[in-house]
Ligand binder design. Sequence first.
Ligand SMILES: Nc1ncnc2c1ncn2[C@@H]1O[C@H](COP(=O)(O)OP(=O)(O)O)[C@@H](O)[C@H]1O
Ligand SMILES: [Mg+2]
Length: 383
Amino acid sequence: MTENSIVPSGAGQPTAKPRVAVLFGGRSSEHAVSCVTAAGVLDAIDRDKYDVVPIGIARNGQWSIVSEDPHAWSLRATSLPEVLPGKEAVVIAARDAGQELVAHAPGEEPRSLGAVDVVLPLLHGPFGEDGTLQGMLEMADIRYVGAGVLASAVGMDKHYMKVVFEAAGLTVGPYEVITDRQWQRDPEAALTRAAALELPLFVKPARAGSSMGITRVTDPAQLPAAIEAARAHDPKVVVEAGITGREIEVAVLQGRGFAEPRTSQPGEIAVQPGAHQWYDFEAKYVDGAAAQLSCPADLPAEAIDEVRSLAARAFDAVGAEGLSRVDFFYTPDGALIVNEINTMPGFTPVSMYPQMWAKSGMPYTELIDELIQLALERPTGLR
Ligand SMILES: Nc1ncnc2c1ncn2[C@@H]1O[C@H](COP(=O)(O)OP(=O)(O)O)[C@@H](O)[C@H]1O
Ligand SMILES: [Mg+2]
């Protein structure tokens, strides 16, 4: 579809099918990953049930109507997909009669692109997965898929996520936080705190994803450079003691109505020994053979029950809605340590979250449908 083929339906006029704004790209370093997710969703979403409006967010933050051809956004051998700013900027405006998409071109009158019933934000990282977009959508009183403002913000922040998990009785590994102020004021004190953790260390930007900005440190002399590498993504840094354990993940889906969260069969990510020592960016996206994903993970029955129940607890602890993937380390002595929650996990058809649901009986197209239905069923505002 081109820009011109969108038929304005008029704000608030009920459309036959719910009109879904699929939002992707964005301002974070995970821009390209978000585009690849959009390729999968645009390909699989049930068009007999939904009208789809693809909205790309360029790196400068501009929204525009973009191609709905999945091939425009899929991963190519030579280049990463990218949303470029369009001629017209698009905004979502709240009106008495409902929510409306409005296009603005310089020097021209704003133009209505019709009503929108629900937003499907396929955005990873800051300014998309961290509550900022969710706040904007709340302001416009529009329904959207996934976690709300607080849960998104907590789930994005590897520091506060641990604070919340600990308060809910979940086990997290040893860690230290280095804020920008602490680092600027007294880097030696920060280094001393970090170096007291057991090696190897994982030095991470507090609010990033896709393993970007993370360094595995085996010698304290590498710490300053690792901290600076993390700070290139976020002025707040989290330093963690390395955990020895298998990486086990669970996909969580909000229950319908007032039901408990649903959990998938657990999956496992096994990084093949060799080029990658941990699940870094290359192992995730570039080197297809680097990591083996399996579901269900080969675990004792009690561990499966436990990890699923811990994942549901983690989901509720941050107050998540819609979907989340909860990632654990399963240690050789059988402990389950929470690594993180992702409120907008990788969502291509081959990503862990959809794969775990497919293996648990819910194929990709049905999963997308279920997420949109959950968003349509949920009231806007405080809940
Ligand atoms: N404390 C840790 N101990 C062992 N491995 C870790 C630790 N933290 C991260 N890793 C490795 O780094 C990967 C990425 O870290 P993670 O915290 O999940 O960041 P991201 O949000 O970028 O996915 C993990 O999947 C795991 O392989
Ligand atoms: Mg991770």
